[in-house]
Design a protein. Sequence first.
Length: 257
Amino acid sequence: MKKNIFIFFIVCCFFCVPAQAQEWNQHKSQHFVVYYKEAPVDFVKTVADNAEHYYQEIYSNLGFTRNRYWTADDRTQIYIYDDADDFVTEAREAHWSSGSALVRSKIIRTFPSAHGFFDSTLPHELGHIIFRELIGLDTQVPLWFEEGVAMYQEKAKRWGANQAVQQAMEQGEFIPLKELASFRPNQGTERKKVELFYAESASIVYYLIREQGSSRFLRLCRKLKDGVLFEEALKSVYIRFKNIDELDAAWEAYLKK
């Protein structure tokens, strides 16, 4: 009797595997594995090609030298869900989200019709993984800083963020940096506020890299990797900013010029 129960258990485990695990097809490139269901093969190959391009470009954008490579079992995995509904339901993401990155497991999840898929979503999520690989998975940084670095990988957002923030200033909707530090977008957050959070995050990282110099930004990231707390690292590298308030004031003055 026990033997029959054991066989029944094994059979159930085999046939009760979630359907999702059996549906994924895959396409491999040098540093990525793209998983997909119904997406056209040409689209999937284009995803892999673009990911390889951004893999090189993001390191250059941040001024880092690559000291490890994603090969064989260490490739980053990109999951392409069929559409927005499939993404929200199966990946359990917010309705306003177009993609997500699980940095520890090096997984990107998105869908083909995501707004600005190749120019925004893909480099943004890949930026998260590369940035965390560079500063350390457990390094504590403000959410605006991490998202700002990811936004900086999107060319359109990199150049257009300042204008969006200036408009928010004119309309009295601007979020000061200290408030930005406690802002946590979630599934119930209004899309307009989420977009402003990301625009401001991109704007201030742009300010730190472009206006204050990429070499300083690189030193900041190295200090973070060495375990220095964010505000301590900031004021030791950007000597003119003794605290977050002074950085905020300088950034706002820059935007108002």
